[in-house]
Design a protein around this ligand. Structure first.
Ligand code: SF4
Length: 314
């Protein structure tokens, strides 16, 4: 078990306003291994639901955080797949209050084929699952799921969840240039969306370092076409990181690690987030962290992104 739970933020989110993040899963524990994952390669690849972090600890940390902030959402979002936590439903019910902030869950959606996972997510106000492919072939190519998962099971689970869940489903589609942005792939995605009937469709493009170096964003023309065919709103796929104030209780090295643990960034992007601190201090902290091996770099899109040392990129 991980010794301490992970509650962070609130961080600004385009879709969720000021979002208090709750990460119940150890770094990069997932049942998919997406080519675009900004956290690198999945290890371990696991289908096992377990109490990775004690649920009571996560709930206590969340309640403590709520004493000092009033976020727009409490968001379960993993540096792995949050539905792999065996007590996710219990945690959602514990942190959700009548007059309190609504609860969102960001998930890849693959475990919604399990009735017990669907039951657990009924307690959430908004669920944001991923749909990057409308066919088995592209599902395997893009999401590279655990060998016991298949696309038809995924789709059936999503449909069943839609039929049972009265809350909001906001579908997240990652569009990758040359992979799922051509007419046939978009047609398949549109058919899958017609079956799932989400309340909203959000289109994302890779802007953070993808696991695979060949992953590229689509052209502006393909993005416009996808938006039209999928009835989507476009997001820049640059999730909220936080303002200087989010990290005020942390030393500069701790703040840098906290940022790149969830969102790998270039030095100048980190300096922009920590703009209230002397830029030389931030640069020095990054150099020291590199020297001590706590962070390393990955080259993508012609830039050098800082990542935590545990991250493994292809
Ligand atoms: S993007 Fe999400 S679902 Fe895909 S491998 Fe990374 S953590 Fe897992």
């Amino acid at each position: 078990m991980k010794s301490s739970a992970s509650v962070f933020g609130p961080v600004p989110s385009r879709r969720l306003g000021q979002s208090l993040g709750v990460d119940p899963i150890p770094f990069k524990t997932c049942n998919w291994n997406c080519v675009y994952c900004q956290l690198g390669r999945t290890f371990p690849m696991s289908l096992a639901r377990a109490e990775y972090t004690p649920a009571e600890e996560i709930v206590a940390q969340t309640h403590r955080a709520l004493e000092t902030c009033t976020p727009d959402f409490i968001t379960f979002i993993g540096s792995g797949e949050p539905t792999l936590h065996a007590r996710l439903g219990w945690m959602i019910r514990q942190v959700r209050r009548e007059q309190g902030p609504p609860v969102a869950v960001v998930t890849n959606g693959s475990l919604l084929r399990m009735p017990e996972v669907r039951d657990e997510l009924l307690a959430a106000d908004v669920v944001l699952p991923s749909l990057d492919a409308g066919s088995e072939r592209l599902y395997r190519q893009i999401n590279r799921p655990h060998r016991d998962l298949d696309f038809q099971g995924f789709l059936a689970g999503m449909e069943a969840f839609r039929n049972e869940y009265p809350g909001q489903i906001w579908m997240e589609v990652m569009l990758i240039g040359g992979l799922n942005d051509h007419e046939e792939a978009l047609g398949d995605l549109a058919s899958a969306l017609a079956r799932i009937r989400p309340d909203e469709v959000h289109l994302n493009v890779p802007v953070r370092p993808p696991d695979e170096p060949w992953v590229q964003p689509p052209t502006p023309e393909r993005l416009v076409r996808a938006r039209m065919l999928l009835g989507a709103t476009v997001s820049a796929s640059s999730p909220g990181v936080g303002e200087e104030g989010t990290f005020q209780k942390l030393t500069t090295p701790e703040a840098v690690v906290s940022i790149v643990q969830r969102h790998p960034m270039t030095l100048s992007q980190i300096q922009a987030v920590l703009h209230g601190r002397p830029q030389d201090d931030v640069r020095q902290a990054v150099e020291d962290l590199r020297g001590s091996g706590r962070v390393s770099s990955v080259e993508r899109f012609g830039q050098s992104f800082l990542v935590v040392a545990e991250a493994r990129f292809s």
